[in-house]
Design a protein around this ligand. Structure first.
Ligand code: TXA
Ligand code: MG
Length: 315
């Protein structure tokens, strides 16, 4: 347990919240939609802690929050219809799924290893001030434990996450109260999650063209369904040791590992390393990958969920 600071919506509160974010801590902050659980999107360990604090059983990709269009362009490629929507609706309750700008420095855990990242520019004065003061891209899912209702007041955040995060910036109730609308481009504009910005407004901005609606109910995490990143090599789980020709991705004090998610068996460290190590093994060749058993509690559930996807037969 840590003591969660309650910060007031004034200059001192914003400065303290920014300081905590810059140091890699977790700060819940108000947006016009719901309270976000924010952390530095370039810090692997911090992003792993976001999943831990929410007790999420899987690594859904997160939304990265930035103060304006120019800041977004440092991390993502904004062109064509995406740019049109950004210029019309940002700041506001619209999230765009865009190609990651190579070398931008986002933690791969933010996008669950995907080549795209969800970004938005929130329309809330405190969120704006905080993002400018922190000078970091801020990854923020809704600030509720997994499976619970999204918080629209600081008291909701404290009830769910008090003792698990460094601070909450209390900005009173959120005006919109439902999450942002998410639009992807694959390549045509696609509604991935209905939300605070009406679909009709988006379609009008695109000259009346209808958005493709994602087949699945948007709330059920489109990132989970979309062609999730998997290495080209076959992956074998729960391997106590590597067989001939296999490369061992270790966890804990195992011998013979090519890479180790966490030699000390720390699940936060393992989550922070997961996508880096999978990408590195993928880049190094196609010899089969064996993975040490990872305990199935806390962040281990999300790590195992991701590893099972990586090991699943390819279609
Ligand atoms: O209003 C909001 O959007 C709030 C506030 C805090 O900004 N945030 C929020 O984040 O609702 P979260 O993490 O609860 O929802 C993120 C959604 C997930 O459903 C995820 O699957 C989708 O965005 N998503 C993120 N990155 C994606 C990607 N690269 N491709 C497809 N879907 C993505
Ligand atoms: Mg949520």
């Amino acid at each position: 347990m840590i003591e969660t600071e309650i910060l007031q919506p004034d200059a001192a509160g914003i400065a303290r919240a920014a300081e905590i974010l810059r140091a890699g801590g977790l700060v819940s902050f108000p947006t016009e939609t719901v309270y976000g659980l924010g952390g530095d999107a370039t810090n692997d360990k911090t992003v792993a802690r976001i999943f831990e604090a929410k007790d999420r059983p899987s690594f859904n990709p997160l939304i990265v929050h930035l103060p304006d269009v120019a800041a977004v362009e440092a991390y993502a490629v904004l062109e064509g219809e995406a740019r049109r929507l950004a210029e019309a609706f940002w700041p506001g309750p619209l999230t765009l799924v865009l190609p990651i700008r190579p070398g931008a420095g986002l933690s791969p855990l933010v996008s669950a290893g995907l080549p795209t990242v969800a970004v938005r520019v929130p329309d809330h004065p405190l969120a704006q001030d905080l993002l400018r003061a922190a000078q970091r891209p801020v990854a923020a899912p809704s600030a509720n434990p997994s499976g619970r209702i999204s918080p629209t007041e600081a008291a909701h955040v404290l009830a769910g996450l008090g003792g698990r995060i460094e601070a909450v910036l209390d900005g009173g109730p959120c005006p919109v109260g439902v999450e942002s609308t998410i639009v992807g481009f694959a390549p045509a504009p696609t509604l991935l999650r209905p939300g605070g910005l009406p679909v009709e407004a988006i379609e009008a901005c695109l000259g009346g063209a209808l958005l493709i609606h994602h087949a699945q109910d948007g709330i059920s995490a489109p990132g989970q369904l979309a062609s999730h990143y998997a290495p080209a090599a076959p992956v074998r789980l729960n391997a106590t040791k590597a067989r001939a020709g296999e490369r061992l991705l270790g966890f804990g004090p195992v011998e013979g590992a090519v890479l180790n998610l966490s030699p000390s068996g720390d699940l936060v460290e393992a989550a922070a390393n997961l996508f880096h190590h999978l990408h590195a093994l993928d880049a190094a060749g196609t010899a089969p990958i064996a993975v040490s058993p990872v305990p199935n509690h806390g962040l281990g559930r999300a790590i195992n969920d991701r590893l099972r996807r990586a090991a699943a037969p390819r279609s």
